[in-house]
Design a protein around this ligand. Structure first.
Ligand code: HEC
Length: 149
């Protein structure tokens, strides 16, 4: 989902009156050229950044199973562990595939699991409901843009 910079600015101005917007005063841009921190708020729109995927998907949807010492395949998807256990880390199901291969969403096991065409196991999140097309587009974009933190 794309929000125009102007529209976002207006939104931030409105939100800033109440709670501040993005929690920072910097004008930094992330790997996708979007303002740093945009999309992190789980109640707002998701963007193609790691923190936004974490707050919109991994934390609310996946940690129900993927957390703690009993996490399936050792894959913990809480904010403290997810990046290191995903990016450039071999999958348990198909060890020749990285869970997230920067620049290559098609060959990232995470994407194959979420789209339901991995060679091993079930589609994620196990039992559904599955992620919508817009969410998958953003996760793919994050990976294809280099899967930066
Ligand atoms: C209801 C429990 C449950 C939920 C919720 C769940 N998973 Fe899983 N997940 C599993 C189980 C069990 C496995 C191991 C079996 C398999 O690979 O299908 C697994 C395996 C995986 C794997 C393969 C890991 C590897 O290295 O082989 C990935 C990637 C994954 N899940 C991602 C996710 C993501 C992302 C979400 C949230 C969108 C999610 N899962 C939600 C239970 C769950």
């Amino acid at each position: 989902m794309k929000v125009s910079r102007m529209g976002l600015g207006a939104l931030c101005a409105a939100v800033a009156l109440i709670a501040g917007c993005g929690g920072g005063s910097g004008d930094g841009l992330d790997a996708n050229g979007r303002p740093v921190g945009e999309g992190d708020d789980p109640s707002g729109p998701m963007t193609a950044s790691f923190n936004s995927i974490q707050s919109h998907v991994f934390t609310p949807v996946c940690t129900a199973c993927h957390s703690g010492s009993a996490a399936p395949r050792g894959l913990r998807l809480d904010a403290a562990n997810s990046f290191a256990l995903l990016v450039n880390t071999p999958s348990g199901g198909v060890p020749s595939l990285m869970r997230v291969k920067p620049g290559d969403a098609d060959n990232s096991y995470l994407v194959q699991k979420l789209e339901g065409h991995a060679a091993v196991g079930a589609r994620m999140p196990l039992g559904g409901p599955y992620l919508d097309a817009n969410t998958m587009t953003l996760i793919r974009l994050w990976i294809n843009n280099g899967a930066q933190k």
